[in-house]
Ligand binder design. Structure first.
Ligand code: G6P
Length: 520
């Protein structure tokens, strides 16, 4: 257990995320510069960064490149170096071919490789050490997402003075699925190093608490559990035990829970309260509203409609090209409607933006081939000289173009098979300032719980999906406005600033409780 004498840094508020909040771009003179990344998280944390002395620890997106810390607008950025092998094993491997599919209902089969795990652990340690070097005495550190689940406990070992928060942006799976992970104990122990753990849905927080109970014997009383620091050597023991029992013991067992509890009672180790509950993330309502109000955005939206031949209905899908998004289901439903004659290419168009993502990961390569095959077949069958069935765009677009696309469209189709939240749905609703338009929303998104006024679908039920697409197209203006009003009220009352403020206030309260008198 580390003492309080380690090195300390200058920053009172430190965000730790896999990615830095900037993207590298090349300007007209051919110079490479940084631009603030779009997205709610970055705009929610910008004001917190400038009102505190804030730093952001993250990867800058290139392999084998060591960058010195630098400042960009309100951010002090601390780049973390990753070698090409680490990008393969930590980022593409363990983060995106083990944890990502495991946490998204095993839609793609997760792969378990010991070398990936070793690198995940080593890279998490590098992030934790970098945060520990940046944070001032008693600073607050907020760790983001599934790529960094071991950082909270590592940080607590390195710097027991810190207040540590963790937010999981993706779903947390049920015990029956999580239990497959050979390193399930280490991951839970890593997370429990935080004072406060935030999840998207109440169900995610519940899954996490149940996993802690069944796998570690850490029992929650409501949202709170008493956690005992695991000494470094216990990590090692568990590692050995894992090798012995690999794959022979898929389900948690009660004996090990009892043993864990007994071991804790026999040791004189620091304890703290960890709290786990839900904080559904949202969007920057002001930024979206402002962009949607600009004359130039409205002009661009009209232009998009014209370029598509002014169809009566424009359906829109906007996703990272990811198997969790249900893009194939969407194409199937839409293609059947064209085939049945319920839709025609003259009267309706479908725009599918599929932004490139994790392009070297096998399941993403395979998915791209499937989707592009489907789009090619549909367009081959239904296109005319002047109209196309699916306008497929394998690009990422800047924020202003995204908002113009939302404005140009009548129906946004979100058909995720599993999705932590889905912010595209919220952005579409907020950008429609006149309250027209329809949202078809998969019930398997975090957003579905918050937006009961959307037209909700089970994307696996293709007939139900087709009905919803037709229903959305035929909805009266009054019904559109009625539903939009309900959804807009919800999103305006809970924007991303509200999200970060609530989390950070609760984090400091949890810490205060922890610093209170020790129970005898
Ligand atoms: C999801 C994750 C984020 C991630 C983003 C883009 O939203 O929750 O942590 O940054 O996808 O994925 P990428 O792999 O490009 O960072």
């Amino acid at each position: 257990v580390a003492s309080e004498e380690g090195p300390v840094g200058d920053y009172d508020f430190v965000v730790v995320a896999n990615r830095l909040p900037v993207d590298r771009t090349v300007d007209e003179a051919g110079e490479s510069t940084w631009r603030r990344s779009p997205g709610g998280l970055v705009s929610a944390l910008a004001p917190v960064m400038s009102s505190h002395s804030g730093a952001w620890v993250g990867w800058h997106g290139a392999a084998d490149e060591e960058l010195e810390p630098f400042d960009h607008d309100v951010f002090h950025l601390v780049p973390v170096r990753l070698s090409e092998g680490e990008v393969r094993r930590y980022y593409e491997g363990f983060s995106n071919a083990t944890i990502w599919p495991l946490y998204h209902d095993v839609i793609a089969p997760p792969e378990f490789h010991r070398t990936w795990w070793d690198t995940y652990r080593a890279v998490n340690r590098r992030f934790a050490e970098s945060a520990a070097r940046s944070a001032s005495r008693n600073a607050t550190v907020w760790v983001q997402d599934y790529q960094l689940q071991l950082v909270p406990a590592m940080l607590r070992h390195l710097r027991p003075d810190l207040t540590i928060g963790f937010f999981d942006h993706i779903p947390f799976p049920p015990l029956e699925i999580f239990a497959q992970l050979p390193w399930r104990k280490q991951v839970l122990t890593g997370l429990l190093g935080a004072d406060l753990l935030g999840f998207q849905r109440p169900g995610d927080a519940q899954n996490f608490r149940r996993c802690c109970d069944q796998i570690l014997g850490v029992q929650f009383d409501g949202e709170r559990a008493e956690v005992t620091q695991t000494p470094q050597e216990q990590h090692e023991d568990e590692e050995n035990e894992r090798f012995r029992r690999a794959y022979t013991n898929a389900m948690p067992n009660v004996t090990s829970r009892r043993r864990a509890r007994k071991e804790r009672l026999n040791r004189d180790l620091p304890t703290w309260i960890a709290r786990a509950t839900s904080y559904p993330i949202s969007i920057d309502v002001e930024a979206v509203t402002e962009m949607a109000s600009l004359a130039s955005t409205k002009r661009r939206a009209r232009q998009i409609r014209e370029e598509l031949g002014n169809p009566k209905t424009i359906y829109l899908g906007v996703d990272r090209l990811d198997y969790t998004k249900g893009i194939r289901h969407r194409l199937k439903a839409y293609g059947e409607l064209l085939n049945d004659g319920d839709l025609t290419v003259e009267s309706s168009a479908m725009i599918q933006v599929a932004s490139p993502s994790r392009e070297r990961v096998a399941s993403y390569i395979e998915l791209r081939e499937q989707i592009e095959g489907m789009v090619g077949r549909l367009n081959g069958q239904f296109d005319t000289m002047s109209h196309t069935a699916i306008r497929y765009l394998h690009h990422g677009y800047p924020f202003e173009e995204m908002i113009a696309l939302y404005l140009a469209s009548d129906v946004l189709v979100v058909s995720s098979l599993r999705d932590g939240m889905n912010l595209v749905a919220k952005e579409f609703v907020v950008s429609h300032l006149d309250h027209t338009g329809a949202l078809v929303l998969s019930e398997f998104t975090g957003a579905a719980e918050q937006l009961p006024d959307a037209i909700q679908i089970n994307p696996h039920d293709i007939d139900g999906f087709k009905e919803a697409l037709l229903y959305a197209k035929n909805m009266t203006i009054e019904e559109q406005q009625d539903r939009m009003k309900g959804m807009r009220e919800q999103i305006f009352a809970h924007d991303v600033e509200d999200w970060s403020t609530r989390f950070l206030e609760d984090l400091s309260k949890t810490r205060e409780d922890n610093l209170g008198p020790e129970p005898s």
